[in-house]
Design a binder for this molecule. Sequence first.
Ligand SMILES: [Zn+2]
Length: 501
Amino acid sequence: MNLLLRNGILIDGAGRDGRRADVLVIGEGIAEVGVFEPPEGVRVIDCTGMVVSPGFVDAHSHSDLQVLEDRLEKVRQGVTTEVVGNCGFSPYPAPADPKPLREFANGVFCGDESWGWPSARAYLAEAARSPAVNVASLVGHGSLRIAVAGHRLGPLTAREMERMEGLLEESLTGGACGFSTGLMYAPGSSAPREELERLCRIVGRHEKIYATHMRSYTSGLVAAVEEQLELARRTGCRLQISHFQAAAASNWRLQRPALDRIEQAARDGLDVAFDCYPYVAGSTVLTQLLPQAALEGGREALLARLADPHERARIERETEAAFEWRWSDIYISAVGSARNRAAVGRNLAQLAAERGRKPVEVITDLLVEERAQVNIIAFNQSEENLRETLTHPLSMVVSDGFYVRGRPHPRLFGTFPLWLGTFVRERRWLSLPEAIARITWRPAERFGLKQRGRLEPGYLADLTVFDPHAIDSPATYEEPERPPVGIRYVIRNGKLQYSAS
Ligand SMILES: [Zn+2]
């Protein structure tokens, strides 16, 4: 049924001020914007006092598998499109035996032993039938590597390299909106520069985006930024730096010099931008704290190393030497087994005291006990730094959300309402139109989502209607699943997708 959204405050997604008007939705698209009498047979939705904006675009999500299900977590936040396939993890191209790909990505996908698609085209065909959101996908470098060389680290053979280039080419022509790397995750982390250059050149030729989880967000931040800027300069690809931040208190001072490099590159004409989530804590897998060489060969190989007292001591030494947080900054957020359920919500310092172990031994103990499947929440950032990135002219706001079997990071449930409520309405970090641009038109344009992200005739009717005085997220680290407030209606491709009763 066609819809008339009546008397709302329209904010167009491009940063312009709001104005009072009606929106007429016919079929999948926005037909007219203005003030008019409802034509025959349309359903009228009263939006008095509400903001009507383009549906929110979550440009950095790890819901690659969950977007295929009828889930509410993102829709309830006003999200109508998710960009998945981030940080090197995509659910394709799966090798004939998808086991190694699942082993590589399940910690981030919250997956099981049942998924895997041979190509971008096959995955996107299924994702196009998502009952919840529109899906765009980046093809992951880690997944490409697994497809040609499994869990092996280091340089690829000429033959493997050619196969990988072929798979990237096929993914981009098959509909992937770009390419992502996860240079802190094995095996992608072991790729030599030449490999990344050859791949980015292909991305550049397709004029698609290259999104990177860089080699370091801690003491190596500035060098990591420089590496990625140089890669983009040499290959001509458009660069998106994922979840930009300086992690761990001792590195907070590195954010400014890193931003200086990015700003200079942008002034020099490089097509570069970045994204951030509006929380001081991040979320990842516990194996991220290990030297990535310990992961060579996959999970079984890691567990075999940890079973050898000599190897285990070496891994612990290297982990401790590279650790830049306070032990109390790292919280366990998910474990697979019942025996460690009590560890969820506790930090490494607390667990060490309770167990009479060193914090680094808690890490290796948990990895052994949980067969390497443990998720963490890490308190990474300062609020000053967060403000600087979220309000930066080159930034956009994303969730970076992922599912875990335990207690997920609240960003999965609250990113967009929190951004518009706590940060924009209450703290006044940005104007509402500019804040909305960072979650609509800017990511849609950046990731090449056609006809989305703007509230204008001719665009697809993805619309979010919310109460600007109420919108917010009450989700906390302790109770992440508390649903957002203030979202009234979500319309996707012209259909009412969600309505708060
Ligand atoms: Zn990442």
